[in-house]
Write a protein that binds this ligand. Sequence first.
Ligand code: ADP
Ligand code: AMP
Length: 206
Amino acid sequence: MKLVLIGPPGCGKGTQAEKLCKKFGLPHISSGNILRAEVAAGSPFGKKIKSYMDRGEIGPQELITEVVLEYIDKHCPSGFILDGFPRTVYQAQELEKRHSIVAAIYFKLAKKEILKRITGRRTCKTCARVYHIDYNPPKKRDICDACGGELLQRDDDKKETVENRIKVFEAETLPVIDFYKSAGILKEVNANPAPDIVFNEILHLV
Ligand code: ADP
Ligand code: AMP
């Protein structure tokens, strides 16, 4: 099964990808996590993309597409849940050339809730597990339940960058939703309810 999760930043794609992966035994491919690992490693590619990521922009998309598609070839060519990719029509076309996607799930969420989710998100520095200060707090403040790592707010989750990320989503990624609608594989989900409810809705759709 090859699934794509699309939606504005902070709508819950990573949260649902984790649940879907557990249920179907598929790998979770988050382009954001792949790119953050490159930045953290200080690779030449990481250095090239860092400033774009800090601003919440798309950056050199041909290069990013190559990196993500190579990652898929290496780790999971026969099935995956993609989160954060494709983000542009170019990326969707390149993905389509190599993989047959069974469904693209569009997470719909109002801007007010997007802002609450992103600004309250905390991410484990060590294992990248995601929490929320109100909706899904860790047992011990700022400590990851799973690995004991430190929980931090991503730099691009600060209020100043979030508005720009939403604008980039509207300009670059909404056309990807039309792309999948034309292909007849778009499914829409109301991302507003609690995670388990959203999850059940997705299971019905796929
Ligand atoms: P994305 O991967 O789309 O950027 P995340 O899955 O990281 O989004 O979720 C963003 C934040 O919202 C996280 O702090 C997460 O714990 C929280 N969250 C995710 N889904 C829900 C939900 N259905 N209800 C409330 N909070 C949620
Ligand atoms: P995310 O973890 O999905 O919120 O992504 C964080 C940041 O990584 C984005 O704001 C972009 O700067 C960059 N990014 C993630 N995925 C992509 C992609 N598919 N194409 C280009 N940039 C991306």
